[in-house]
Ligand binder design. Sequence first.
Ligand code: AMP
Length: 440
Amino acid sequence: MSFASLGLSDPILQAVTANGYDTPTPIQAQAIPAIIEGKDVMGAAQTGTGKTAGFTLPILERLSQGERAKSNHIRALILTPTRELAAQVHESVITYGKHLSLSSAVVFGGVKINPQMMKLRRGVDILVATPGRLLDLHNQNAVNFSQVEVLVLDEADRMLDMGFIHDIKKILAKLPTKRQNLLFSATFSNDIRSLAKGMVNNPVEISVSPRNTTVELVEQLVHPVDKAQKSALLTQLIQEGDWHQVLVFTRTKHGANKLAKQLDSRGIRSAAIHGNKSQAARTKALLEFKNGQTPVLVATDIAARGLDIEQLPHVVNFDLPNVPEDYVHRIGRTGRAGASGQAVSLVSADEVKLLSGIEKLIQQVLTRKLIDGFEPNHSVPETRLSANPVSNKPKKAKVWNNGGGRSGGGNRSQGNQRSGNTNVNGNSGNNSPRAKQASG
Ligand code: AMP
């Protein structure tokens, strides 16, 4: 299948070709014709599937016909949960729309509002925005929604996780009722469905797997270690493994700052990104990480969400996430585009329950690998997966599943591998916690 067969016109096709794409991804093949036809779409797709072009290209196609935006007006509104994602989506709009005479802008918090107001004064055809700043701009009469033809909610699940539901509802209430609605989300929980109910009309539902087979290609390891030893262990892993590009996840902003400082002081250049950092600092850190100047980027889940960093060789869970689904999002950053990657988790005794939750979600017992000199005082017992897994959230697991080899959600325990001179769990007396763990 070609992009030309999807109903896109020459100026857009030229930009697509110049960008090196020759075949539409599955979500693009399904979404583009439906959106050009003017239908509402609900897409279950995450970063890595090509969803951004999946909605950007047909929006450009539709907007290239019709009247341009009047001053202070906008015609398409794309809402994203984070500033970084907003900036990335806007880059795509510019790239794919470069042979069209449409105007676009991106607005988000953390930077001055005045330049954004100036931009909007002339009117823009496509506005990419985070919800809070958009409402601020609307409250100051800097943007008028009466000309809005298309609304996109990108990463809707994350927007709800981040507490944007009230802002989104306020925005929805201000938009013209006659409009096209496109909703993309990695998962379709009940909350998303109830949001969708009040938003989309008779939508085309599309569900696709990630472009790569993420989970399959990612080597996943757990290094049991005491909490106080984590940063020393990470230092050793980076130095001895000669890792040049590592995305490290911490649970808190404070933890991210502290770790980046510690690594820096040991001669490993690191930067932290999280919600408290200025936009300029976040953009700079991301750029330097992408171009190889800074080998280690320490991030919180929210800051890292949606970042398109291709072919990341190493992802480290310095802390396990509180929400098991975030583990899958995190490791989805490695092994991109068919390249293999490694995801390691440094797990201390207080995180055993979190690990168990993750292993139950992914229906896989992760290999424990002790590192000499870092054996913990407390073991990290294996999770016992039930023979007939009944996940609390089967839908969420499924979305990630269908691209990889975990079809059917079978029990693929591989937690008993031993590698090299390391052993599983290491400590004696590990047999009984297994039973304990299963009940937890
Ligand atoms: P997304 O899921 O929108 O974040 O896109 C993930 C990555 O896939 C981006 O780096 C895109 O540039 C790339 N991409 C999108 N569509 C295609 C395509 N049809 N062929 C090759 N790469 C693509």
